[in-house]
Design a binder for this molecule. Sequence first.
Ligand SMILES: [Zn+2]
Length: 380
Amino acid sequence: MRISYRASVRILAILALGPALASAQGRKQDMRPRVPPPSITDYKPRSTLVVPEHKVPRAKFPVVDIHGHPPALTSESAIRGVVSAMDKINVRVMVQASPSSGDRLKTQIAAVKAAGVADRFVFFASINLAGVGPGSGAQIAAQLEEDAKAGAVGIGEIMKGFGLTTRKADNTRLAMDDPELDIVWQTAGKLGIPVFIHTGDPAEFFQPHDYKNERWLEMALFENRRFFDRSRFPSFEDLMAERDRLIARHPNTKWIIAHLSWYANDLGKLGRLFDRFPNVYGELGAILYDLGRQPRFAREFFIKYQDRLMFGKDAFTPDEYPYYWRVFETADDYFDYYRDYHAFWKLYGINLPDEVLRKVYYANALKVIPRMPVAGFPEK
Ligand SMILES: [Zn+2]
């Protein structure tokens, strides 16, 4: 019998390693756990990684939070509570982006003035887009003029129902680029105030709710975040295309796109949006999990588009802000995010240069939003 050199080495190896090798080869066929696996909500492994940590309780520079949803700023005690929370994390000015128009706007403006903190809050005017029909555009625009006169410095937040679920008077879906509303966006342009608009939700919410879906858990928790039924909802792509047509119709209006248009998982796409429309800015709320998982590319992106990005937080939960500061300001590795149903992964710091940090934290907001209080911000 003739045995090749290769085969003889193999036989020797099997003889020497014996049963260990044989069973290892056997296991290769069947990698199923020998004990019942935990559910994804139970499996929370402790990380054994030990690396330097730099917690950032206060932002390095004063911040404008352009996406604030504090409680209604009507009583002195509510206002004081919000201001003391802002001071701890170094948020200098908060934009009230919750519904404020007419008396609701005037009452809050008067209350912050009476509390002696008029330089800590500015107000965006809400607009009522329900039941739009002939003549609604002119009516909304007239209310906007009045709200701007009372002190509003933007429109917003326009909530995600616009384009997704909001109906016209005739019960058809209100398209974002409906010509009836042209006069509203033109009026914002004329007044020089930005439109802060939230469109859609993460693209995965528009995909089938299956085990390949990155947002499976969140969709399982919240029925109202499932938009995959095409008989009820437009696709993510159609929705964003409609939003883009709206912007294209109004090149003289400044648009601040909430949540980076949910393109934070595809920053190249966001860059193309910025390249196409010089009047578009992006707000950073609730997409930290996407920036923090691509620290190198996100850093490059922030440097390239440093004049187009503005900090905003959305939910007013003061102890969550430091996660943002840590991602933006440090080069820390592999640390926890605050909400496990957004992301099952860890974050990394993107270590922004000071010059970029200043723009993202306050300078871009002071430039784009008119009549901003400037006290408390560095001169440079
Ligand atoms: Zn919001």
